[in-house]
Design a protein around this ligand. Sequence first.
Ligand SMILES: [Zn+2]
Ligand SMILES: [Zn+2]
Length: 424
Amino acid sequence: MPRIYPTPCSATSAGKSINYAVEHQCPQCGAPVTLGEDTRFFVCEFCRVRSCIAQKGFPRYYLSPSPDIPRDADLFYLPYWRFKGVRYPWDETGVKPRFMDISALALEDMPPEIPFSLGFRSQALTLKLISREPRGSFIRPLPSEVVLKEKAPRSRAKAPVFKEDIGETFSLIYSPFYSRENELMDGVLNRPLGQSQKFRPSEQDLCRPWAETHFIPGLCPGCGWDLEGRPDSLALVCRNCHSLWRARGNQLSRIKARFARPGQEGDIMVPFWKIRARISPMILSSYADLARQANLPKTITTEWENQPLFFWSPAFKIQPKIFLRLLTQMVIAQPDPPFSQTLPKNIYQPVTLPPSEAVQTVRITMASLFRPLKDILEVLPLTDVEPAEISLVFLPFESRHHEIFHPELNVAINRNVLALSGNL
Ligand SMILES: [Zn+2]
Ligand SMILES: [Zn+2]
C-alpha cells in the first residue's frame, strides 16, 4: 500500500500558499534568475529581454546535493510527487474546501529510513530544473495516480463521500541519497538517515527524467511587439495587434477568446471558461435539466427545455469559498451577452486556471447546487464529464471601491481577494 503523509505545510487552510523558488538562466544573457514555480513569463533584470517558460509535461526538479558529499559516492535520486492545490471534499453536511500542499515518495518497498515526504525541505531550498544530467542516477517514479490518489488517510476523520482537487501545481521533485558503509545518507544535508543494509536501486529502475524546458521570446508572433502579462499568467497580451498568446511546446500559439463589451473604460475584464459538457449517465443538457436538479424556485418553461446548458468556471484562482459561489452564480445566470473578438483596452484579470482544471469544476458545480445532497453525492463518483466545447470569455465588471461588480448578473467579487493586475 503506498504511504502518504501530508507535509507539515499542508496545514495552510488559513489561505497561505507556498511558492518554491526555482533556478533558471536568462536565455538571452545567461544571467541567473530565481523565479517562483508558477512563473511562466519574466523580464530579465539584466538585459530586459522578455521570455516565456514552457515545459513539456509537468515540471521536474531536483534538490542540489551537498558539496561535502565524497566524490566517489554512488549518488542516486529518489522521486517524490508533489501536489499543491485546493481540495473540495463533500460529505452529507456539505463541503469544507482546504488548501493542500502534499508530497509523497513515488516508490514502494523502500527502506524505512527513506522519508515518506519532502516535508518542509523543498520549501527552504531552491529547486533546480532537471534539464541536463547532474551526477548520479535517477529512479523511475510510480504513476502519480497510484501515489497521490490512493489515499491511506492517517487521521481517523471520515473519508469524504465525494471530492475533487483543483490543482495549481503538480510536479516531480528528486532528492539525492547515497549509501556509506552501512548507513543510508541524505544527500541534501549530507547526514546519516540510519543504519541500513547497503541500498542501491537496480539498473532497470533507472530513468532519464529530464524534460525539455523551452524559453520562448516574449514577443508577439503576429507583429513583433512586446507581450505583456503577470508572471503566473497563462495568457499574454499584445496591445499592438490586440491578440492573446499562450506558450505551448516551443512556440506561442494564439488563444481564441471572446469579449463582452465593457460599459466603461474603467471596467475590469474578468476571464471565465464557458464549458459545454456531455454528462452521463445523468441527463443534463438543457437549462431545464439544471433547474430540475437544482430545485430552482422558478417555473420551468418550454424555452428552457431547448436552451443548451453551459457550465462556467472562473479562469483565475481565488479563495475556495468565492470560487464555489461564482461557479453556482454563473451557471444559474447563464450569461449570454453579445461577444466580440476585439480586445478592449481595459484592465484584465490574469488567466491563471488552465482549461483542463476548469473541466473538473463541473462536478463541483453539480455537488454545490443539486439536491437532495445525499442523492447527488452517491451519483457523482460514477458521473462522467466529457468536455464538448470550452472557450475563454471575458466579462466586464464595474470597478467599485471595495469590489468589482457585474450589475446584470448581480455578481460581486471583493477586491482584496482578487489580486488585480494592470494587464493579463
Ligand atoms: Zn538576460
Ligand atoms: Zn501583436
